[in-house]
Each structure stands twice: as structure tokens, then as C-alpha cells.
Design a protein around this ligand. Structure first.
Ligand code: BTN
Length: 238
């Protein structure tokens, strides 16, 4: 079910507050806002937005036997990718960037914020359908900048379908097919990346794929390889 509110602080914070208040939120329940005024991005950034963009959150209830919740970042990215790609002209350059950014022509077109709350995971998704929120130091793009007009409600329908499908696949098919599909939607192997692991200096290297657990493999220029478990990743040229 999709519930739409006109304006809120943050759809992620709203679901967290409802969970904290004891409400049971089943998987498949979405909260979508027309406008967000205290929206949260990754790494403490702000994601305030409005004007026809998609801003929505849902819950995932990890259960015994599920793959590691850490891999939900990849699963959610793939769900957004699948929803978006269906609206884009065939030659469009839509790519996943680890852990869960979506870039169109190497500019950020969507962002995902996963947060743990009351034993569930809140998945918050923002997609620049009509305008791109300012993110210092990042190239951003909206689909309408490229002449692609996607209505928010049509996109929401497509996303809920792809999200359900990818969540079921994540549960039943295991990680290997998810990692394969994620990687084929990402930048090619060898793409130069700058990585900021928390509390460390920036690393430069080349995209060397994903580990079996879904971590980022970075081939450093000295010939060694680093496994990145967390951090901010940028295209080196961006
Ligand atoms: C990022 O920094 O890339 C993640 C951005 C996530 C934004 C979405 S918009 C809907 C949901 N509610 C929030 O407060 N944030 C997420």
C-alpha cells in the first residue's frame, strides 16, 4: 500500500517514529511525500526536495535465513535501477555505484538511505524525476533535464513492484545472482574510483568488482587490492 503525504520532515524519520510508537508496519507498506523539509541523505547529508520528485520509504523485515542485511543496500539499488530503466530510452547510461547510488551520465539521479530501527530496516529512496537537490561536490541530474518526463505516481507504482520482486529474489535466490546482476548494471570493471573509508584518507584505485559478501573491491595502483566495507565512493573524474 502506498500512502502519500503532502509535506513532511523525512519519510524515513516518519516510519521510524511510527515503529518506535509500537505500530506494526508490514513489508509492502510505503510512505511517499510530495515534499520533504528535513530529508536525510547518506553520511549526514540533507535531502530536501519537492516538485514532482519521488521521495519514499518502506520497511524490510529481515528474518532468520535471510542473507546479511548489509546486502540490502545492493538489493534496493537494483530495485530502483530496474524501476528507472523501464522508463528510459534504451541507450541511456544508467549505472549503479557502490553501495547504492544511481548515476545517469555519471551524475547522481537517485539516492538510497537504509536505516535500522526497532528490528527492521527502513529503506528510503529519493529519485530526481523533475529537479535535482544540491549536493555539495557532486554532479546531480534530474530525468527531466534529459527530456525524460516520468510522473511521480507512475514511478511509485513501478518501484513498489520492482522492490517486491527484488526483495523476494534476495530472500529466495541467494546472493550470487544479485551480485551478478548488480555488477552488470554498474560501471565497467577498471573504472577509476575515489573511496573515502570512514576515518581514513582517500584511496584511489580501479573498480575490481564485488566480494562474495557484496563489499567493494578496489584495485590500488601499487597492485594490491582493498575490500571496502563502508564509505563514500566517487568516480575519480567526477
Ligand atoms: C543519499 O544521500 O544518497 C541518500 C538520499 C536518500 C533520500 C531519501 S528521500 C526519502 C527518504 N527519506 C529521507 O529522509 N531520506 C530518504
Amino acid at each position: 500500500m502506498i500512502r502519500i503525504v503532502q509535506e513532511t520532515g523525512s519519510t524515513n524519520a516518519d516510519l521510524a517514529a511510527r515503529l518506535a510508537g509500537g505500530e506494526y508496519l508490514p513489508e509492502g507498506e510505503w510512505l511517499v511525500a510530495d515534499r520533504q523539509v528535513a530529508g536525510k541523505g547518506r553520511l549526514g547529508r540533507v535531502w530536501n526536495d519537492g516538485a514532482g520528485n519521488f521521495m519514499g520509504s518502506t520497511v524490510i523485515r529481515p528474518a532468520a535465513g535471510d542473507p546479511s542485511p548489509a546486502t540490502l543496500a545492493l538489493m534496493t539499488g537494483l530495485a530502483v535501477y530496474e524501476a528507472l530503466v523501464g522508463f528510459l530510452p534504451r541507450q541511456s547510461d544508467l549505472r549503479l555505484k557502490w553501495p547504492n547510488d544511481l548515476l545517469l551520465n555519471d551524475a547522481k539521479v537517485a539516492g538510497i538511505l537504509l536505516e535500522a530501527a526497532n528490528g527492521v530496516v527502513i529503506a528510503g529512496i529519493g529519485v530526481n524525476l523533475h529537479s535535482a537537490p544540491d549536493i555539495p561536490g557532486r554532479k546531480v541530474v534530474a530525468l527531466s533535464d534529459l527530456g525524460v518526463e516520468i510522473g511521480r505516481d507512475g514511478f511509485a507504482q513501478a518501484l513498489t513492484v520492482s522492490f517486491d520482486l527484488e526483495l523476494q529474489r534476495w530472500r529466495t535466490a541467494g546472493l550470487a545472482p544479485l551480485l551478478r546482476r548488480w555488477q552488470s548494471a554498474a560501471h565497467p570493471l577498471g573504472t577509476r574510483l575515489t573511496v573515502l573509508p570512514p576515518g581514513e584518507e582517500a584511496l584511489e584505485g580501479r573498480f575490481a568488482g564485488l566480494s562474495q559478501e557484496g563489499n567493494l573491491l578496489l584495485a590500488l595502483d601499487d597492485g594490491s587490492q582493498r575490500t571496502i566495507h563502508a564509505g563514500d565512493v566517487m568516480l575519480a573524474s567526477a
